[in-house]
Design a protein around this ligand. Sequence first.
Ligand code: FMN
Length: 362
Amino acid sequence: MANLEVEFCGLRFNNPVLPAAGPPGWNGAALRRCAEGGAGGLVSKTLSVQGARVPTPNMAFVRNAFLNTELWSEMSPRQWVLREFVIARKTGLPLIVSLGYSAEDIATLAPMVAPFADAVELSTHYIGDDPQPMVDAIQAAKAALDVPVLVKLSPFRDVAVAARAAQDAGVDGIVAVNSFGPVMSIDVESGVPVMGSENGYGWLSGPAIRPLAVRCIFDIARAVDVPVMGVGGVSRGEDAIELMMAGASVVQVCTAAILKGPSVYGVIAAEIDAWLDEHGYASPGDICGLALRRLQGREVRYAHLPPEYDGQACIGCGRCEQSCVYQAIQVVEKKAILSPERCHGCGLCVTRCPTRALTLSW
Ligand SMILES: Cc1cc2nc3c(=O)[nH]c(=O)nc-3n(C[C@H](O)[C@H](O)[C@H](O)COP(=O)(O)O)c2cc1C
């Protein structure tokens, strides 16, 4: 068995799968359920100086996309301090308290949450493109707290620029990414946008944003030396592995836990364990940033190189033939026959093949 324990900015997590700020940790009891579901640590819903007024409806699952128009916590900081954090702390897991948004807000909130927070995570979701308000918020948190200060970046800005500014401001770690948007989805039966916000806008999360999260994590990990927590579209162990290979040491999960319940944390952790074991790695640290190392010195290829084919592994499902626009593959008697002279080396068939009968060499 791999050793799943991870250290992040001095915090020790039993495993590298945490809830992301949002409904999975909307109050103390929900955070306790995350702990019972196998999370390695806890992250609470973002709170600010005043409880948010959140429009309804504010969450929707629409054919592989998840939209929300939640804001920050509807509860006051007082309620969090008097009740919710007390419950969360009883789990014994490290607690990261998510705070928003301006330097003034953080200066007010920091002393209130200090007795409960093992670290704070500052959301930058609503503070615009200029990195300065984020820098000011980081400095306010650093001045008021002795615990690690993390900053969470949104994927619709230049994350490398923001990450460098955060590092220069003294941040201890970066969390990437928040949900993407604004986006919109319309219920075609009624013609009404599914989100109850004024303009019908919402924010996208879940599997649809995973490639965006992977790219952002990759860019941040290349830009700074502080550690990165990855978040965006993780719903199984392999997704978490992907974010780690991009440079994350720990992952957070929100949408999958909303859809499947808090037991996903333990399930994903067990899947990471099994994957590491099968692939001969001793710990998540072994794969952190692997893609950055693999890409070093790689030359861009222009040759129309056909994939390699393993007839034993082929189940003749025909997906490769179906999606080969160059007509370079034909499935005959449950086996794929490749025509290398027609192949453009696009690689799509490799990603369509469910059994790795088709592979590309690098
Ligand atoms: C309903 C909902 C509410 C959210 N609320 C917050 C929040 O309060 N603070 C925050 O930093 N991120 C919030 N997020 C963003 C998530 O923490 C996470 O960054 C994003 O959803 C991507 O991860 P996922 O694909 O695992 O959901 C929220 C996401 C959803 C879906």
